[in-house]
Design a protein around this ligand. Structure first.
Ligand code: MRU
Length: 345
């Protein structure tokens, strides 16, 4: 079993997701700047995985601060947190994990700097372990929605690679249903432009022995029209208090296709992906990425020089297009504002 991310021998070790599926290689970061770079360049990606990695980056950065004076330590520590928080704007798990690390340091400000460093390492490991356990629980909850014989469409990669490891969110539901002996088949969207579906989801499912058929994004409507898709399950990068959900670009179009064809559309996400401070999806910041992801394929130009390019990495699916949100605390159905409030009680 591969490891998405680990804190090992005072280093953060990551499977390099930009090299998958052709090469299974790991990168080791021994300073927080390299961790931030790994998040920015998408060597590690996926909302929960970004959060876990950032927490480890904070612990690593704190470990390397040389002063024993708390005020000096804390000011450097906050710079590290800011640096890691500037890597990617949409997935709220990043900010959630960094806030948790800040609060662990803050609560223990009366201890020695050495003891705070130790607490920060423990907190990062707890965030990591919790994420794995949460995904398993979410998978157990979500598999109740899956029937024997279902064909499920998914988008992007919401698997072990997008989380601390093992199950994943949307793929966690699929993996648990498969473990329970349900005969399911997956359609994986390739997910232009970064191809998380073709490179990562297909790789994970083939490895797990779960039947998967890879399609290009523009084939989804065709297969829905033919009645081949029973359910759609995707992950999320940020869910607003009313249930509007930001996820990989293309999710919104899928939700409209699902509505047109009467196909249930599910989101699987942990509570750490819900941003209760944001009232609705219009306030979710959408990352604009390098145009080269669109103009090039495997480093080779496919579009003319000088063409204007747009590359929003996420879109927002309005709550009215979502059938249910699967979380570790249960499945919530519309009206989502009430269900979400209930989850945080
Ligand atoms: O740009 P990415 O690859 O970080 O985007 C990832 C997604 O959109 C996933 O669907 C989302 O983070 C859910 S991951 C469990």
């Amino acid at each position: 079993m591969f490891k998405t991310v680990e804190y090992k021998n005072g280093k953060v070790r990551l499977i390099d997701q930009t090299r998958l599926p052709l090469e299974e290689v790991y990168v080791e970061c021994d300073n927080y700047q390299d961790v931030a770079k790994a998040i920015k360049t998408m060597q590690v990606r996926g909302a929960p995985a970004i959060g876990v990695t950032a927490a480890m980056g904070v612990a690593l950065g704190a470990k390397n601060i040389s002063t024993k004076n708390f005020d000096k330590f804390y000011s450097e520590f906050l710079n590290i947190c800011d640096h890691l928080a500037s890597t990617r704007p949409t997935a709220v798990n990043l900010f959630w994990a960094i806030e948790r690390m800040k609060s662990a340091a803050e609560k223990n400000r009366n201890g020695s700097v050495e003891s705070i460093k130790d607490i920060l390492k423990k907190e990062a490991l707890k965030i990591y372990e919790d994420d794995i356990a949460i995904n398993r629980t979410m998978g157990m909850n979500g598999q109740e929605l899956i029937e024997d014989g279902d064909t499920i469409l998914t988008h992007c990669n919401a698997g072990a690679l997008a989380t601390a490891g093992e199950y994943g969110t949307a793929l966690g539901v699929i993996k648990v249903a498969h473990e329970k002996g349900k005969k399911i088949k997956i359609y994986a969207d390739e997910t232009r432009p970064f191809l998380q579906g073709a490179r990562l989801t297909a790789w994970e499912l083939v490895k797990e022995g779960i039947p998967v058929r890879l399609i290009t994004d523009n084939m989804a409507g065709y297969f829905m029209g033919k009645g081949e898709i029973d359910k759609i399950i995707v992950g999320a990068d940020r869910i607003a208090a009313n249930g509007d959900t930001a996820n990989k670009i293309g999710t919104y179009s899928l939700s409209i296709l699902a509505k047109e064809h009467g196909i249930p559309f599910y989101i699987a996400a942990p509570l750490s992906t819900i941003d209760i401070k944001i009232t609705d999806g219009s306030k979710i910041p959408i990352e604009e990425r390098n145009p080269q992801e669109v103009t090039h394929l495997s480093g080779k130009r496919i579009a003319p020089e000088g063409v204007e390019v747009a590359n929003p990495a996420f879109d927002v699916t309005p709550n009215k297009n979502i059938t249910a949100i699967i979380t570790e605390k249960g499945i919530i159905k519309p009206p989502f504002a009430d269900g979400i409030k209930g989850l945080f009680k």
